[in-house]
Design a protein around this ligand. Structure first.
Ligand SMILES: [Zn+2]
Ligand SMILES: [Zn+2]
Ligand SMILES: [Zn+2]
Length: 410
């Protein structure tokens, strides 16, 4: 990624002979803190930015930024009354709308009007408000916090939408970590609605309706993506639409269904599906995908181990605790693929499937997951017999580090 960005910058600098400016807005909203520190350390590496290239980064005050050498740092204050007034007048004049001086005073009287985001959202609300006679009342009724205003915008959009798709789309976007391909959202919406395709014309109007809350962009593969334009929108969607009845599940499942059964892009499936299944606590499906779906073989061992660790029984099976060794019958020990990779089962980690020929640790089951008086094969569940000789199930160093029962909580 670093090399790719540097190449693009060098090529751009060669093409244009005036200064190029890169704007990175809200760098603190990148999903992983390590992405922020990586990006900032690349940009501050000598020679990374061509001399003709300048970079402007905006963020909330964060420690990550303070650690980096930042030659010019500008702290932005809240809007002054005058600036707020100009912003509101200019915003509305673009749509040939004006407020009376009393209405303008009323709008700027709200304490949040010094916040540019609150003010532009409030102006947009006033712009689309159709009843001229009621406008003053509308201004007085605007919630005086950013979260409150976003909440009221979301409630209005949901109420005005007969098809219920506004709510569905916002909730689906909330289930995705970052910008998600529009095609995938369309697929998930259709699985939410029982499989019928969403006509393009509906989709376009849905995007128009939600343009004040969503950002359309392109991912690195050139696909159109949708995301919330600001972290506070995600919070407002959570508060207004998902928390009241804790209804994440239905949206997580429809995203997961789309990726597992309909998406043809394997790289995206592998990236998105395990996290969705984990968040929906569908451990059975998660483990089945990781072990049985050929697409999951490309998932790195470390990532697989992390998912399985979270789904694993938490009973301690250290030496001295009640425990029984997990065994693999002679037949299964000679087969492959029970744990997701193509090694012999007896040489695979009984959780994540990596090859563990010599350094494996023995795997154990707690009393709850071991049927007393009868040893059964971990993979085929049939009783362990003497011949062909059974093998103890083994764990790799990552999975063996946690000395708990290896059964999966279903
Ligand atoms: Zn393992
Ligand atoms: Zn257990
Ligand atoms: Zn077996």
């Amino acid at each position: 990624m670093k090399e790719m960005l540097q190449r693009v910058l060098q090529e751009t600098a060669k093409l244009i002979d005036v200064a190029a400016f890169i704007f990175i807005d809200a760098v603190n909203q990148l999903s992983l803190p390590s992405d922020v520190s990586d990006l900032l350390s690349w940009l501050s590496t000598q020679g990374f930015l061509p001399l003709s290239c300048k970079c402007v980064i905006s963020c909330t005050p964060t420690s990550a930024l303070q650690e980096q050498p930042s030659p010019y740092c500008l702290y932005l204050d809240d809007l002054s009354l005058e600036t707020a007034r100009s912003l509101a007048v200019l915003y509305l004049s673009r749509y040939s709308k004006t407020l009376s001086s009393e209405q303008l005073h009323q709008l700027l009287h709200e304490s949040s009007s010094s916040n540019p985001l609150w003010l532009s959202l409030a102006c947009e609300e006033l712009r689309v408000f159709g009843v001229f006679e009621m406008l003053t009342k509308k201004i007085v009724g605007l919630p005086d916090t950013l979260q409150g205003l976003l909440g009221s915008i979301i409630q209005r959009l949901v109420q005005e939408d007969q098809s219920c798709r506004v709510k569905k789309l916002l909730c689906l976007v909330k289930c995705c970590q970052e910008g998600v391909a529009e095609r995938d959202l369309q697929g998930a919406m259709s699985s939410l609605e029982g499989g019928s395709e969403i006509p393009t014309v509906y989709w376009a109007s849905l995007r128009r309706t939600l343009r004040c809350l969503l950002r359309t962009s392109r991912d690195y593969r050139g696909r159109d993506t949708l995301s919330f334009f600001h972290g506070s929108v995600a919070k407002a969607v959570e508060q207004c639409l998902l928390s009241p009845d804790n209804s994440h599940q239905v949206y997580l499942v429809s995203m997961a269904d789309y990726y597992e059964y309909n998406c043809t892009d394997d790289a995206t499936v592998v990236y998105q599906l395990p996290r969705l299944l984990q968040q929906a606590t569908l451990n059975g499906r998660l483990v089945h995908f990781l072990r049985k779906d050929p697409r999951a073989r490309t998932i790195q061992a470390h990532t697989r181990a992390q998912y399985l660790k979270a789904a694993r029984c938490f009973h301690v099976c250290r030496d001295g605790f009640l425990r029984s060794p997990a065994m693999i019958c002679g037949m299964c020990s000679l087969k492959t693929g029970a744990f997701g990779q193509l090694f012999l089962n007896r040489q695979s980690c009984a959780l994540c499937g990596v090859h563990v020929a010599i350094m494996g640790k023995e795997a154990f089951l707690c009393p709850k997951h071991f049927r007393i008086g009868r040893t059964e094969c971990l993979t085929c569940r049939s009783p362990i017999l003497g011949l062909p000789p059974p093998y103890p199930a083994l764990l790799c160093h990552m999975c063996g580090y946690f000395e708990t029962c290896i059964a999966i909580n279903m």
